[in-house]
Design a protein around this ligand. Structure first.
Ligand code: PNS
Length: 162
């Protein structure tokens, strides 16, 4: 069985993430969507909330499971028997950091091959942090987050501190 890990902060999951997860699920037998800790980011949702939102957003995709990891991604890949890390790439600005992480993960664990999927053009400008800013001020985020999690995300973010 070919297993891929799709890691991220998912704070919260967006339609851009869901597009990458859905496409990865067509390429691999099983996709583990992994809520991981990015030490450079302060999050608005705790890990349990992010897992619940991801669970709801990916409910209809049979070969997708969600999990969380408070450790190195490379170690998780080794332990789970995955053959790939799947990441979405938006603009060139993503590339430098993603390239560094891909090489570092491979250096730590040989089997950790990173596969980049090009973002759908519709999601080029989309990021969780912009979604959070728009929702904070009561703007319309319905184009950006999956419909099934729209209400809880709006409620949670409106005028709430980061
Ligand atoms: O959605 P993000 O914030 O861009 O995802 C980054 C993430 C969480 C995938 C990355 O920070 C990560 O892999 N964190 C786990 C800890 C780790 O392995 N760090 C070293 C990466 S070389």
């Amino acid at each position: 069985m070919r297993i891929a890990v799709c890691p991220g902060s998912f704070d919260p999951v967006t339609k851009g993430h869901l597009d990458i997860i859905t496409r990865a699920a067509k390429l691999f037998d099983r996709v583990i969507v992994l809520v991981s800790i990015n030490r450079a980011k302060q999050t608005s949702f705790d890990v349990k909330e992010r897992l619940e939102l991801l669970q709801a957003a990916t409910e209809g995709i049979e070969n997708v499971v969600v999990d969380a990891n408070d450790g190195l991604l490379a170690d998780y890949v080794a332990q789970s028997g995955a053959c790939a890390i799947v990441k979405g790439l938006r603009a060139i600005s993503d590339f430098d950091y993603e390239f560094q992480m891909a090489l570092m993960n491979k250096k730590m664990v040989e089997q950790a091959e990173t596969v980049f999927l090009t973002t759908n053009a519709e999601h080029l400008y989309l990021s969780s942090s912009l979604v959070k800013q728009i929702a904070y001020f009561g703007g319309d985020i319905s184009d950006f987050v999956p419909a099934c999690i729209l209400e809880p995300v709006k409620k949670r973010l409106y005028r709430k501190g980061e």
